[in-house]
Write a protein that binds this ligand. Structure first.
Ligand SMILES: C[S@@+](CC[C@H](N)C(=O)[O-])C[C@H]1O[C@@H](n2cnc3c(N)ncnc32)[C@H](O)[C@@H]1O
Length: 219
């Protein structure tokens, strides 16, 4: 009864309660400030924040000399993200879209940001294909993601996952997101680091940068 099934394409993704409490419940500044700085350091060109949530990356994009874009599918999250953009003076084009179907042309984005989002995307493989499609050759996917643990923690995650995913807007504790990233032919690994923050069961957290390869585009 508690099993999570991914939302269908036709189904609206809408978690008003999660959106309302997200910034209060997640001690973002305490946990993630240096990692959001990592994600947004020395940006140039067109930057796309995938699954922007309440706009936690926007304060770090404000003032950067870039064309900032973001997609967010949940209307409640999107409303908060728009407010955050106004508050912090982030000039961002915020769209209602899903990561599995990005409203951007091939090779049209310089940097994709993915923070704490591949845990929640219904079809992460398709989303990664989309990221590879829209990134220009040489472009970067910078990410901060929690992944499946090992040992007793993994077993704990498996036990907690049905309840957790319901309470946390579909977030999956047991995804092998980094493996998915580093095994993809379109990307070369530039940087990968397990970071010592986070609170079980949404740990470990890994940050990194993948570079879009030049060969084998859009086959
Ligand atoms: C845990 S929040 C993270 C938000 C933000 N990136 C951050 O760093 O705080 C995950 C977000 O992904 C969004 N999301 C869920 N499914 C998505 C999809 N298929 N495409 C894009 N965003 C999605 C959710 O609505 C939610 O706002």
């Amino acid at each position: 009864m508690l099993d999570w099934s991914p939302p269908q394409e036709s189904e609206e993704i809408s978690h008003p309660f999660v959106a309302a409490v997200y910034d209060t419940v997640v001690p973002d500044r305490l946990l993630f400030r240096p990692h959001r700085r990592y994600l947004t350091a020395d940006l140039s060109g067109r930057v796309l924040d995938v699954g922007a949530g309440t706009g936690a990356n926007f304060p770090y994009l404000a003032g950067a000399d870039v064309a900032s874009h973001a997609i967010e599918t949940d209307p409640h999250m999107r409303r908060q993200a728009a407010e955050k953009a106004r508050e912090v003076g982030c000039d961002v084009t915020l769209r209602d879209a899903r990561a599995e179907s990005l409203p951007y042309d091939d090779d049209s984005v310089d940097v994709v940001l993915a923070s704490l989002v591949f845990c929640t995307i219904a079809d992460p493989d398709r989303a990664l294909e989309e990221v590879a499609r829209v990134l220009r050759p040489g472009g970067e996917l910078r990410f901060l993601e929690h992944i499946r643990a090992d040992g007793w923690r993994e077993r704990g995650q498996e036990l907690l996952n049905p309840l957790w995913s319901r309470a946390a807007g579909g977030c999956q504790l047991t995804r092998d997101t980094v493996e998915r990233f580093v095994c993809h032919d379109a990307f070369a690994v530039e940087d990968l680091e397990r970071v010592g923050v986070g609170i079980f069961p949404a740990t470990p957290i890994v940050r990194g940068t993948l570079r879009r390869r030049h060969e084998g585009l859009h086959s």
